[in-house]
Design a protein around this ligand. Structure first.
Ligand code: ZN
Length: 181
């Protein structure tokens, strides 16, 4: 498997993921994405390079702000589905994309990557081009389904998100910091 850590504007120091990737590097090709592009381009470049340069059967992309959980190993070990993803919490304190495919931890088989016409990922804009109307995940999900693939949720992955910490007696309670993105 080719595993690519996807840098994004939210990327920050995340030694937990780096340690998980270092462990996986013994048996898999692990690489780190380019910086300086929009995240949709970064994902497209990862798929394009996988198709052009690699011989492995699957590509796994993991965003830099995700936290590898023991169960996330299913993304490596569970062979079900040409397109598989892990569920994660969004920055608003809910399940990202309502449990539908999100790109933050996404596995694509070579077969599926070849069957889907590029670009694989793109942001959709409103008619005036002034605002994002849909993220690159829903764009990819629609193209995958049109190509005959059924994205499958295999497990969960952690997500580093900003939270508000509030004293609660001698303890602290954490609540989502509702950051609009
Ligand atoms: Zn999305």
């Amino acid at each position: 498997m080719v595993i690519v850590k996807i840098a994004s504007k939210d990327a920050r120091c995340n030694p937990q993921l780096d340690e998980a990737l270092m462990r996986l590097a013994g048996q898999h090709t692990v690489r780190y994405s380019d910086q300086g592009f929009g995240v949709a381009q970064v994902r497209n470049r990862a798929v394009n390079r996988f198709l052009l340069e690699d011989a492995e059967s699957h590509l796994l992309m993991i965003d830099a702000d995700m936290v590898w959980l023991p169960e996330t190993a299913a993304m490596i070990e569970d062979p079900r589905a040409d397109i598989a993803y892990a569920n994660y919490a969004d920055k608003m304190g809910g399940l990202a994309h309502g449990g539908q495919l999100g790109c933050a931890c996404l596995r694509i088989s070579r077969r599926a990557a070849l069957a889907i016409t590029p670009p694989w990922f793109a942001f959709q804009h409103d008619a005036q081009g002034c605002a994002d109307a849909a993220c690159e995940c829903s764009y990819f999900r629609a193209k995958a389904q049109a190509a005959g693939f059924t994205p499958t949720a295999l497990c969960n992955i952690g997500h580093i998100v900003p939270v508000l910490a509030v004293p609660d007696g001698y303890a602290v309670k954490f609540q989502p910091l509702r950051v609009e993105i």
